[in-house]
Design a protein around this ligand. Structure first.
Ligand code: ZN
Length: 238
């Protein structure tokens, strides 16, 4: 407590098991000496993401010897309380559609603000300075809590409220999905691209039965469409 400040060489990655957060985890492992991960169970209607995240962590430990020594504890936080305060397609059986305000009905209001706050509380306890998240302003999903200004405002609020100098790193903020694939290749070579294709999960419907060049998914939902288009754009631009 008091004036003791957290370690600058340590990072806590918000890691869901998706393409973006897997790329962020690789980004952190290539920069920091100690990297821990945090995942949130908020009553997702399928457990696929949470299974995928364990597979990705396991493969990073076994197949990436340069990164494995830095990869530390994984924190799994129960946020099923979100199901009590929001009615959305990710936590109920509803169809995924676009609302009139242009946001998909998968939107849990302010979810990333809550996630960052939870992550900062864990980082405080673990003596970690950097929080790393896959928030991105470039893709069309339009989540207002993924915007750069929101993230910066949350960083300020956390630092004031916890009397720390946390840094919220968002390496994907200004990248499109094609550039995110390119970043993965740059960080971890074709091995990391293969791991992301095979074991990261993006599909809103939790579909692991249809295999495409870009990975598993229904191929139809907005998340699959975005991932597929990014992958094709990356291949076309190489
Ligand atoms: Zn899908």
């Amino acid at each position: 407590m008091g004036s003791e400040q957290p370690e600058s060489s340590a990072a806590l990655v918000l890691f869901s098991g998706g393409q973006d957060s897997t790329t962020c985890l690789a980004w952190a492992l290539s920069r920091f000496d100690r990297v821990e991960t945090i995942g949130f169970d908020y009553g997702q209607r399928h457990g696929v993401e949470l299974e995928c995240r364990l597979t990705v962590l396991d493969r990073l430990r076994r197949e990436f010897p340069a990164w494995a020594p830095a990869l530390g504890a994984d924190h799994r936080i129960d946020l099923t309380v979100l199901g009590q305060i929001s009615e959305t397609a990710l936590t109920s059986q509803a169809e995924i559609t676009m609302n009139r305000d242009g946001l998909p009905n998968t939107f849990v209001p302010g979810r990333n603000i809550l996630f960052l706050t939870m992550a900062a509380a864990v980082a405080y306890r673990r003596g970690i300075r950097h929080l790393v998240g896959g928030m991105c302003e470039t893709d069309f999903s339009g989540y207002p809590d993924c915007r750069d200004d929101t993230v910066k405002a949350v960083q300020v609020a956390l630092n004031l409220g916890m009397d720390r100098r946390f840094v919220v790193d968002t390496p994907l903020m200004w990248l499109d999905k094609a550039e995110t694939w390119a970043l993965a290749e740059q960080l971890g070579g074709p091995e990391l691209v293969t791991l992301i294709v095979e074991d990261s999960h993006t599909c809103y419907y939790g579909d692991r039965s249809h295999r495409h060049a870009w990975g598993y998914g229904c191929g139809q939902c907005p998340a699959c469409a975005l991932r597929a288009r990014g992958f094709e754009g990356w291949l076309a631009g190489r």
